[in-house]
Write a protein that binds this ligand. Sequence first.
Ligand SMILES: [Cu+2]
Length: 141
Amino acid sequence: MNITRNNTIELLKSPVFIFLAISLIVIGGLIYLAFSLTPKSGQSISDSVIEEGNNQVVNIMAKNGFTPEKVTLKSEKDTVLKVTTKNTIDCSNTFVINELNIRKDLPLTGEVEVRIPPQKPGSKITATCSMGHYNLELSFL
Ligand SMILES: [Cu+2]
């Protein structure tokens, strides 16, 4: 027993063991840092975003609200929202982005392009219907 115990203490004191222990802590810390810096799930660019030349394009259906209701886009890139109406007689026939002073009266049936200039990473823009109760949330990564 004593011999094993002494051997263990000797091992713990040895420079090789100390070096290995510190290396493990440093590597562990780096791995933790790498994981904490990568974007969390749910924060990736939405599948509904289509790259078209220098633009990123999203098709939005406006009828009884906006579909999809949430879109995650690339920041610092021009965005084109293609807002489609199909016999839309509810208040989502008006497309409003207050922050950008955008207000578009949509046709009963048709497609209107809404252009959004590049946004800062982490910013959010909310588009609404004329009454402000249907929302479309745009997040920029
Ligand atoms: Cu509304």
